[in-house]
Design a protein around this ligand. Sequence first.
Ligand code: DAH
Length: 342
Amino acid sequence: MSEIEKKVKEIEAGAADAIRSADTVDRLNEIKVSFLGKKGLLTSVLKGMKNVPAEERPKVGKWVNDARQSIESALAERRARFEEEMLTRRLESEKIDVTLPAKKQRMGHRHPNTIALEEVERIFIGMGYEVVEGPEIEYDEYNFTKLNIPPNHPAKDEQDTFYITDDILLRTQTSPVQARIMEQGKLPIRMIAPGRVFRSDEVDATHSPSFHQIEGLVIDKGITFADLKGTLDVFAKKMFGEETKTKFRPHHFPFTEPSAEMDVSCFKCGGKGCRFCKGEGWIEILGCGMVHPHVLEMCGLDPEEYGGFAFGVGLERIALLKYEIDDMRLLYDNDIRFLEQF
Ligand code: DAH
């Protein structure tokens, strides 16, 4: 065997060894360059061809080509094995266990306030009322003046108000919606107006600076206090149970005359007196009265021709009573463990 043939065989064997022990695809690329590249070992044999006698050259060419082919196919084979291994590893790691339980979609719950409001709305819609809304940011004029609470009236102090400017505020009650609806002049009126109200109150078990009221207003010809009592009595029975009794106590509100507060018989003890009604047998539910003639006038209605009644209910109060919740703060904490119960 000639020197050159021996050298080519050695190179081929060296390459085979290197390929066998290669552990990455990158390493295979390095091996390819160092044996078959322009400056590679096998190429250098061809470069030495000028020293080979002409008749020997075809033979040397064949040896080199055979060696190149065998190195190339060894590289290709090894590369294919690597790719196979990589695929196997990827399939292993990306395997999906279809028997695992799926992530559950959690269903939300209606808030106790919402449930109570929908109940109130259902009752009044059933009696032919319309549900309307008014702005939470309101003019002082609507929140107070048009409700017969003139500037400097002491009743303004009772509702510690969030003022935005001298004449714009966060409404302290839903009653201004009464004035807004009356001013539209579409008669008769039978409406309830639920919504958020604001007062500068400290947070405790029964107070919050933001809470909800439901306003009610009926305006027509020939409406009497009997209509007020009958309507609110039906409401109380539907809301708290058919056996519920109602009681009207004289009270004062600037925008109604006469005015009253309505109590319902305690639906826990039936009126005997218990912890729930603090031994009273009665629970205060809402304020109401016959719309004051002056309010009608200020809102463009003729008190000689039209009259009506109004009422205002605290939504949280109803929700707390209905679901026997003893702390208003629970309604605003958004604790899912609490809300889940309704
Ligand atoms: N707006 C009153 C309040 O926040 C509640 C109220 C009382 C509304 C009597 C009325 C009513 O419509 O007639 O204390």
